[in-house]
Design a protein around this ligand. Structure first.
Ligand SMILES: Cc1cc2nc3c(=O)[nH]c(=O)nc-3n(C[C@H](O)[C@H](O)[C@H](O)COP(=O)(O)O)c2cc1C
Length: 230
């Protein structure tokens, strides 16, 4: 078959149109699929002196409904369990045997995420507000965010279906507590409130967060803008 020039131009136009159409659809639909949050770089220089932050560390149980800024979220997560020695991949909190088995799940009004320290980003899980599912106390549903500390026991050699006994978790409880204390100190430094919570209701939170059998919820922590203290 021999194409004449107008025909070639028509075919070329058609394929250019299709190409740009697909490109446009990809760009337009991308935000609906890729809802991960890339956090701004943490501010590692600011904050109150350590001794002052220790002096002001406290538990808060009254919050406003105000959100945290992206910068506060970034600083908080980095302070909690970010990477502070990139050449070794080591973190701001210690972990037994350097297992780094604790993952920080973040429940915000707009959805749930898990903190990925390597890229300092929040990986999207779902767009449900699961804050109230993380605790029974009244402030939990309204505070800006609730953190759920989840142990990934596959990093400690457990396989799917293996039994996880309480005695397997001793070191892991300690590992989560170090992160929670880092966040207490960040909150004191940033004039935010927080409370670490041992009470996390057994319910459908594991399912909602998409946890595997080898992942165990250890503790939770509420963070927010302090309200008028009672
Ligand atoms: C392991 C652990 C579990 C806790 N669980 C809860 C909890 O479920 N709910 C709560 O309101 N406070 C909880 N707290 C906070 C303590 O009640 C609080 O730290 C204590 O009253 C001392 O107050 P402070 O943190 O202001 O010094 C917990 C603290 C720890 C260390």
């Amino acid at each position: 078959m021999i194409y004449k020039t107008p025909q070639i131009i028509y075919i070329m136009k058609k394929y250019i149109f299709i190409f740009f159409g697909i490109l446009f659809l990809n760009v337009a639909l991308l935000p609906l699929v890729a809802q991960d949050i890339v956090l701004p770089a943490p501010d590692k220089t600011g904050g109150k002196p350590l001794m002052q932050a220790l002096n002001e560390r406290q538990t808060t149980r009254t919050y406003t409904t105000d959100s945290l800024t992206r910068q506060q979220l970034s600083d908080l997560l980095w302070a909690g369990f970010g990477i502070n020695r990139p050449e070794q991949g080591k973190r701001t909190a210690p972990s037994a045997m350097n297992w780094q088995e604790i993952d920080i799940y973040v429940t915000l009004p707009q959805g749930s995420y898990v903190y990925i320290a390597a890229s300092h980003s929040l990986k999207f899980i779902n767009n449900k507000d699961l804050r109230k599912e993380t605790g029974g106390q009244s402030f939990v549903a309204d505070a800006a965010l609730n953190i759920v500390y989840v142990a990934d026991m596959s990093k400690r050699g457990k396989k799917e279906g293996d039994e996880i006994k309480d005695s397997d978790l001793f070191m892991t409880y300690a590992d989560a507590a170090f992160i929670a204390q880092n966040i207490y100190l960040y909150c004191a430094s940033a004039n935010l409130g927080c409370v670490v919570r041992g009470s996390v209701p057994a319910g459908n939170l594991e399912t909602e967060l998409g946890l595997k059998a080898s992942q165990k919820i250890i503790i939770a922590q509420t963070v927010g803008v302090p309200g008028k203290q009672e």
